[in-house]
Design a protein. Sequence first.
Lengths: 380, 326
Amino acid sequence: MSKRTVPESHSGQPDPLDIVFPGISALFAGRLSGALTLGSWLSLLAVAWFRRRRILDLLAVSQWDGILALLSLVVLLAAIWVAGNRGRFRSTGLRDPRVGRSPMALAGRRFRRHHQAVLGLALLAALTVVTLLTPVLAPFDPDTLNLATGRLLAPSAAHWMGTDELGRDLLSRVLYGARISLTIGFLAVLIAITLGTAIGAVAGYAGGWTDTILMRTVDLFLSFPRIVLLITVVAVFEPSIALIVVVLGLTGWMGVSRLVRGQVLSVREREYVQAAHALGYGPGRVLRRHILPNVLTPVIVAATLGIGNAILAEAALSYLGLGVQPPTASWGNIIQSGGDRIIDAWWIATFPGLAIVLTVMSFNLVGDGLRDALDPRHVE
Amino acid sequence: MNPTPLLEVSDLRVGFSNEEGEALAVDGVSFSVGAGETLGIVGESGCGKSVSALSILGLVADPPGRILPGSSVRLRGEELLTASPARLRDVRGGEIAMVFQEPMTSLNPVLRVGDQIAEAVRRHTDLRGDAVKERVVSLLDRVGIPDPADRSRAWPHQLSGGMRQRAMIAMALAGDPELLIADEPTTALDVTIQVRILKLLDDLRREREMALLLITHDLGVVAQVADRVAVMYAGRIVEEGRSENLFARPAHPYTAGLLRSIPDPDRPGERLEAIPGSVPSPHDWPSGCRFHPRCTVALDRCLRDSPSLMEAPATRAACWLVEETP
């Protein structure tokens, strides 16, 4: 029997401490989840306390991103509190042993045993929280100049990451840049995955000339050097975040479509697909309901790894001056602005560089962990 | 037998193409199944029995497969080979359902068993909502799955092979078919389970007045449930008849050989006779009677002329010996 079949340890007699410190009873029971719950609860409370004046300012200004950040803070606190007190809301923690675990639940358990992947996921979770709360967290406005006294200050208590040559606070710029870089990464991969999956699935399932045409299109796109295409498109049109997302998405789908096509070719010969045909299901239903769900696991892995790549591509574009345009901060253009001052002001390029390394590494760790966890050969 | 049989297959010929050209995996097969009747089709691997079954529902992959012109599959007189794709999809799982050999891989691993059966119920009946759930549970109950309401929420990987085959049968019954095609339904199962699944299929046929087309390489399986048996060899039917006649007085040397290769509990210790050689490839069927290279009693004529089914004392057999020994 796994420990999950045991009732939640405090479901019967709620620990009053849990109301103030969610997760503390789980922590005393020696569970890691308790430490995580309590840790995030305390960190968020600390943020709310130390940034209380900023929060009041944001409320007064009531701009959408400030309001969104405050809402996120409230929602996160509520979620953590509920997570720490879930014994109160669940009549019983017993699983019904007759109702089995879904394939995804089994994969989730394998993922949790993959320590590097869990670390990556924790970093990504922290990064996501940081991006949501940026207006609350950022100590300064990222675009406010201080040409008189604030230029090229080394990291200090006032400016944790120092300032750039225009006297802007680097920490604030890196925080705001995270939003831009991550948004571009997510959206570009979303486009690439959607397009790639659709094209690959249709090519693999239809076969024949449809397959030939679609796959030659893939070859055509692949034969074009991505960075050159990116530079050309961005040079012709006005560079904007939307354009970068679209261009990165439209140049990133080919690998996914090849992957999906290969998987569909193999899955469509499985007996359950033949059985679906024998039950009179139409081609659309067979593809959507019986084939696609069985090819999605490598797509999830590819998407996770793809976000890291898209962030790198955005950084490269911005570094070339063709990506996100100043004064909007992105990790790429901060590095670019600090590139020629790496000797006398090392912090400008170093901190956003570290942010990229950590983020891409986290995505890769999670991607590797997912690949191992979702591998169908790991049948328990 | 009925004047218009439920299913009538005539002169079915199915070709498969590869680099060596097109080969006829099924070459002129004709048989019929009456309402409520069980027909067993028996033959070794590669004799074309599964392809014949798939052809009935138009499930032969094209390419590489192709049903040749002149072939005919009629359901109550309605030609299925030229039916519209939409009509064919209504027939599949509706009038004619199919159960496959591999229960371990015939269920979609990412959908709960009950949801898969519910999908078939919705596809072929007007039931919706809770009525679908009730039907799923009653189907699972009927095919002998214990705790059907709980089991309907199980994932395929949690069921044993026998349970999965029962679930597959439940899914096939969802559309209340008139004909159930079972392609090697028991081959992948333990012997004890095989008997129970066969019994289940036979009971279901009886209570639903459903016809059963049972495809197997196992004469023992056929002997237990089939009314009539057709023996296939190298893409053709070589002998056909009522099962008690065919088992008692086989006219074709191939049928006789198959029967001798089954262990007889009344004569323990006796060495089994195997038919020498193996089924030839469709790309080089032998001339004349396709069984002659493996036949111990072949005549000169068998090398040249291909026999068609003729009346033997108890059955109909495609063998020149039938003519030689009146």
